[in-house]
Design a protein around this ligand. Structure first.
Ligand SMILES: O=C(O)c1cc(=O)[nH]c(=O)n1[C@@H]1O[C@H](COP(=O)(O)O)[C@@H](O)[C@H]1O
Length: 293
């Protein structure tokens, strides 16, 4: 008898209830490796990743390894990442692989298998994904993720300023003609969550979006002034901390999307160094917890 996996949205909700909405980024930049006293090598990113997981476990609920920093070290870097992913999941953390993959459907399906298939050596709980080849290109990954109790965060309005020209462009064709790219992707994800058979029982969907804390949601064509989506929309929110987004502005920035926000920070936490990171995470969990959503 096969047991249905718990939907990612439910797991996310439980983690937020237990630990709050902070996500600790695992971004072993070369400069951070140097200041932490590690070599810029596969062994260095592995030790950096493991120390970060140790500091996050039991204090925060979610971690997000940025896979690029491991990929820099080739096959050995991937082995390091496999270890970090496994240790994080064993520690009970919800793991978002920040892989930002996208392609034609048949190829992006393979990315989905790599990062989300139960038993894969790179298995995470969710991954970041790009739908700039059309939301239809990731449809099968959404289906597979739901089936396995996994989640996706689809890039909608990213935190980097140069993204606006593309993401605020207005669609000429499709049923969402007249929407911005960011608005159409977000509306498509909301509609997907609403289309699940048990949608009425879910308070959070399993497919989310990425909307940076540095973004002006109205200018990006996002419905921040409308009714909150039902089921709630998970929103991975980088851009607080190092990139300048102000935590106390969370509600003002995200409006109707606030209750699904995951505050994702990397450098602002990691700068505390290996000995100060656990305290920095605990402090930030408290600060995030005190913000009104
Ligand atoms: O998907 C992401 O996590 C992401 C999306 C985005 O719009 N902006 C963004 O900065 N990120 C990632 O979030 C992290 C931000 O790191 P800090 O600026 O150091 O907090 C990096 O790993 C980025 O790759």
């Amino acid at each position: 008898m096969s047991v249905e996996p718990l939907p990612f949205g439910e797991r996310l909700e439980a983690v937020i209830a237990a630990y709050g909405r902070l996500c600790v980024g695992v971004d072993p930049h070369a400069s951070l490796l140097a200041s932490w006293g590690y070599d810029d090598s596969a062994a260095g990113v592995r030790e950096f990743g493991l120390r970060t997981i140790d500091a996050a476990a039991g204090r925060a609920g979610i971690v997000k390894p940025q896979v690029a920093f491991f990929e820099r070290h080739g096959a050995a870097g991937y082995a390091a990442l496999e270890r970090v992913l496994a240790e994080a999941r064993d520690a009970g953390l919800l793991v978002i692989a920040d892989a930002k993959r996208g392609d034609i459907g048949s190829s992006v399906d393979a990315y989905g298998e790599a990062w989300l298939r139960p038993g894969s050596s790179l298995e995470a709980d969710a991954m970041t994904i790009s739908a700039y080849q059309g939301l239809g290109s990731i449809e099968q990954v959404m289906v597979a993720a739901e089936r396995a109790g996994k989640g996706l965060f689809v890039l909608a309005a990213t935190s980097n300023p140069e993204a606006a020209a593309v993401q605020r462009a207005v669609l000429q064709q499709s049923s969402r003609a007249g929407s911005t790219v960011a608005g159409a992707i977000t509306a498509g994800v909301v509609a997907w969550n609403q289309g699940r058979a048990d949608a009425a029982e879910r308070s959070l969907g399993s497919i989310g979006v990425v909307i940076g804390a540095t973004v002006d949601l109205r200018a990006a064509g996002l419905d921040r002034d409308g009714e909150p989506p039902r089921p709630g929309l998970p929103v991975l929110a980088p851009g607080f901390g190092h990139q300048g987004g102000e935590l106390r502005e969370l509600r003002t920035i995200y409006g109707a999307y606030s209750s699904g926000v995951i505050v994702s920070e990397s450098r602002s936490l990691l700068a505390a160094g290996p000995d100060g990171l656990a305290d920095a995470v605990a402090r930030r969990v408290d600060e995030v917890g005190s913000v009104d959503v």
